[in-house]
Ligand binder design. Structure first.
Ligand SMILES: *Cc1c(COP(=O)(O)O)cnc(C)c1O
Length: 384
């Protein structure tokens, strides 16, 4: 079955009880146990809920995974996965990691004697060399945020396997439409469903998917004990948003490629970071493991004044934290996604005050380009 069909038919899309064409919101915290003390499937929503189950099956199906576990946010999914580690364990991760993941490690897990090494994610050898006797996990995110550097998933997972390490891969930017880390060797795939999977900037939710029954059980246990389950409304919205993932991704990533190419031609633009551009240093590696450059790009302007002018004058993209919505979203990593890092760490990660991130929406690309171009040139753009 092709992905465009899978997305509508490869998981429970119809309510088994009633035939309803939309899985109902089972908005209930608890379930009557008619035949108590006999066991029944649903007893309490923190332990399981039919709407949430459907969402888990959906995301698992799209990742070609056996199991999906859902969470109250992407960060909750990442937390439950990193809590597979114990005190004394070490993990290796790319230096261009999502700001929240960085903070989770450096400010919270570090207090519980979990240690880590950041490496140049593009260099598989660096991952290998960072392995210590107590290393238990590699944590990948590709392409990275916000510079869109690429990690060789297959090679890094191979090194992990040879050393008996777990690999966790954040696939938020690519979505299962464009990239399948599990088939490339990852043990767990993470999603912030807040982004492209939901797609409408109206929910916060996360997933961890896996083919391992042991890992699935452990992730469920963490989710249940921590209580980081998603809301029922969110699970329902996710199911609704997911059905249009392919059409949204096609349009948004087509817009991203066109805008990336056009931005390159502007004299005020110092650099464009987009793995769909042939001049991106990781272009060939990216296309060995993914089928598209995706919908997110970032670019560097020459001065902070230009950045300010862009944010003040742009009319179509919303100026916001987040990405992956149907509307274009312009973000400023320096004070938004990476604000939790020290200035020094941000600069080390090449997140400078001149860097802008654009998550392309599904608007008309000519309108988007005209808007951005006018805002950058700082001229004509009349007030609303
Ligand atoms: C947004 C994001 C997260 C965190 O997800 P939340 O749903 O905001 O908790 C993790 N990883 C990546 C790559 C993200 O973009």
């Amino acid at each position: 079955m092709n992905f465009d069909t899978k997305i509508l038919h490869s998981y429970p899309v119809v309510d088994l009880e009633t035939g309803a064409a939309s899985i109902p919101k089972y908005q209930s915290s608890t379930f009557h146990q008619k035949n108590f003390p006999e066991k029944q499937e649903y007893t309490y929503t923190r332990f399981g809920n039919p709407t949430v189950d459907a969402a888990e099956k959906a995301v698992a199906a799209l990742e070609d995974a056996k199991y999906g576990v859902s969470f109250s946010s992407g960060m909750a999914a990442i937390t439950a996965s990193l809590l597979l580690l114990s005190a004394g364990d070490h993990l290796v991760l790319g230096e261009n990691i999502y700001g929240g993941t960085f903070q989770l490690l450096t400010e919270l897990l570090s207090r519980f004697e979990i240690t880590y090494t950041f490496v140049d994610e593009r260099n598989p050898l660096a991952w290998k060399q960072a392995i210590c006797p107590n290393t238990k996990m590699f944590y990948l995110e590709t392409p990275s945020n916000p510079l869109l550097t690429v990690t060789n998933i297959q090679e890094v997972c191979k090194i992990a396997k040879a050393n008996n390490l777990l690999t966790v891969c954040d696939n938020t930017f690519m979505t299962p439409y464009y990239q399948h880390p599990l088939t490339l060797g990852a043990d767990i795939v993470i999603h912030s469903a807040t982004k492209f999977l939901g797609g409408h900037s109206d929910l916060v939710m996360g997933f961890a998917v896996t083919n391992s029954v042991v890992l699935k059980e452990k992730l469920y246990k963490n989710q249940k004990i921590i209580g980081s389950i998603p809301g029922i409304e969110e699970a329902w919205l996710l199911l609704r948003g997911l059905k249009t993932l392919t059409v949204r991704m096609k349009q948004a990533s087509q817009n991203a490629l066109i805008l990336a190419e056009k931005l390159l031609t502007l004299p005020d633009v110092k650099a464009v970071h987009y793995p769909g551009l042939e001049n991106h240093p990781d272009y060939s590696q990216h296309f060995q493991q993914a089928s598209n450059g995706g919908a997110v790009l970032s670019f560097e302007l020459k001065t902070e004044q230009q950045v300010q002018r862009l944010f003040q004058q742009v009319k179509i993209p919303i100026v916001a934290v987040s990405l992956g919505g149907v509307e274009s979203i312009l973000s400023y990593p320096w004070t938004m996604s990476h604000a939790c890092m020290s200035e020094e760490d941000r600069l080390k990660a090449a997140v400078t005050p001149n860097l802008v991130r654009l998550s392309c929406g599904i608007e008309d690309v000519d309108d988007l380009w005209l808007d951005i171009q006018l805002a950058l040139e700082g001229g004509e753009n009349e007030e609303n």
